[in-house]
Design a protein around this ligand. Sequence first.
Ligand code: NAD
Ligand code: UDX
Length: 461
Amino acid sequence: MKICCIGAGYVGGPTMAKIAQKCPDIHVNVVDINAEKIAQWQSDELPVYEPGLLECVKEARGRNLTFSTDIDEGIRRADIIFMSVNTPTKTYGVGAGKAADLKYVERCARMIAEVSTSDKIVVEKSTLPVRTAQSIKRILDATSEKGGVKFQVLSNPEFLAEGTAMQDLENPDRVLIGGETSPEGNKAVEVLASIYAHWVPREKIITTNIWSSELSKLTANAFLAQRISSINAMSALCEVTGADVDEVAHAIGRDSRLGSKFLKSSVGFGGSCFQKDILNLVYLCEHFGLPEVAHYWEQVVTMNAYQRDRFVKRILENLFNTVSDKKIAIWGFAFKKDTNDTRESAAIYVCKGLLEEQACLNIYDPKVTKEQIYRELGLPEDSDRIKICQNPYEAAEDAHAVAILTEWDEFKCDQMDYQKVLESMQNPQFLFDGRNIVDREKLKQMGFEVHSVGKSDFYAV
Ligand code: NAD
Ligand code: UDX
């Protein structure tokens, strides 16, 4: 059996590497229009940083895992084609700012339709609005009528989270496959299920109708993000009442009906999925005439923006209402730890807010490149408003404040020499912990003025 995956990004690369590792009898070919990315996948400098990914790629590469820019050939030879291209928020025309831009997906479907000379199973791996499979099927079928080639479209959304992608793929909570409710549809579902069954227990492979599968992905992301916005809303209340958001999260998380995960209050969620997928859901609800439902979900995104803005305001207010020409150390730029991905990172918004107030930023992140930081902040590389540092100590030197924006382990109290940081900073030494990862009491005793999310000393009991 031969698989082709179109799109060698954060999803296509890791998911296909895992399939190739677990199924040595299946040839997996990952193709992309971006030649530079394909060259990186063929090297040891992968375009995606993910713990355990390089080892997995190395095990299968050259055996049954290949990377290529020859998309037509990849499609022609494959029995199963995964579409794993990006589906960003539309920036133009109808639905701008909310709807998913499906031009890359449609382009894929047309390429598949044009070059296929044998029957294929086409799998939606990208996150798509409910009922997209219908459009894909129409494009494919228009061609199949001419050439006699038959297509089955399946929905198989990906639930991996970045930073833990390889663990998530190795041991998923579930694999979801949606297919057409017909004998041909059931057969295609079984073919895909049997691939995952190489390492995923059968009871974890859920099969549904295709619309349920598409909608489940948007629903899962909306529910996860909603939990973060809910606890972040409570963090604002904690800060003015003396309650501690981590204690509140711990207390409610012990209720087995709520569970403890995704209750970590922070400077705000980032990443390429949550905001994009919720806005897509909002657009869909509006489109189907459900304004109340749309409004309900939109609040999750509104609350997230409020949380980021609040963090910037807190820095400003504590630094005596001006950060103009003050040096602020930014520790962490990725949207979460253990990834080099910066899409929609809270750090972008916080940095932009501080730059608007004319602050000078010393930015350090262990995995994000200098070029990427300049690009995300929309600054020319000769800008003197920011400096990219090689380590957190360099960033903190002479700074008025340190702001922790990504929860990299190296910023924890047992891994950093905070005395050295304290001594190198301007007085008073402010530390704004946007991830609640430092030992507040310890740092306060050392002499730092510590501000954490959802905690306040003013009302301490
Ligand atoms: P990405 O931007 O990292 O990768 C997409 C790749 O597709 C790019 O390398 C791009 O060059 C390629 N591409 C676009 N059009 C192409 C074409 N016509 N032919 C060949 N290649 C083409 O995106 P991603 O983060 O991997 O996300 C892909 C999809 O998976 C999205 O729909 C996303 O919502 C979904 N998803 C992402 C995550 C995540 O954590 N990143 C998790 C689950 C689902
Ligand atoms: C998310 C979903 O978790 C995953 O299932 C889906 O496939 C893709 O979208 P991802 O965005 O990669 O994954 O990472 P995730 O761990 O969900 O974190 C998203 C953001 O929320 C990060 O910025 C993270 O720091 C933040 N977060 C997460 C919190 O602020 N608090 C939490 O309790 C959890």
